[in-house]
Design a protein around this ligand. Sequence first.
Ligand code: GAR
Length: 208
Amino acid sequence: MLKIVVLVSGGGTNLQAIIDSMKDGRITNAEITAVISNNAGAYALKRAEEAGIRALCISPKQFETRALFNEALLETIKDMTPDLIVLAGFMVVIPPEMIRAFPNKIINIHPSLIPAFCGTGYYGLRVHEAALARGVKISGATVHFVDEGTDTGPIILQKPVAVQEGDTPEVLQKRIMQEAEWQIMPKAIDLIAHGKVHVEDGKVRIDD
Ligand code: GAR
């Protein structure tokens, strides 16, 4: 059974998609052992509590320096001995020490087709603002492993979503969540839980 710790910052709709997928059998052989937020007011924490999952907040505000926050986050997660760490809308830069402690064991959902509209400064609504400003006809979402770069790790799954005339960033964000994120994140977790995802030469190979 794959032990998962989910890190969140906001609304937690991706967390909810994972919880729902575990209930309806789209994800098997996996369990969420804890949900951690950097933000005490994150609705995602309520979603975790409602699902009976341990929910805790570790905020940079509780620490004098960023280094102390990073250390506390890493030690807390290490104590939980997860097999997989899922970044589900976690708006905190993951320190290199954590990436080294969990190589190819951290995955992230990004709301575009990487390498478009990703990297430093591209998160949340900003991604969709940039996509609309560029006038792309197709956007989408990507689940990838986290390495020491920003959105540069091996890509696990991607799903395209059409941009429509008159889309606002909010409308496009919602469509990409519904049609892509809430599907590919649970799917990636299920594949990992069944040992089907392999990283070779910086790329992902998925067993049939
Ligand atoms: C999602 O759209 C996710 O792709 C994005 O934040 C949102 C979180 O929503 N993540 C990033 O932009 C990461 N760079 P949620 O809290 O409702 O799951």
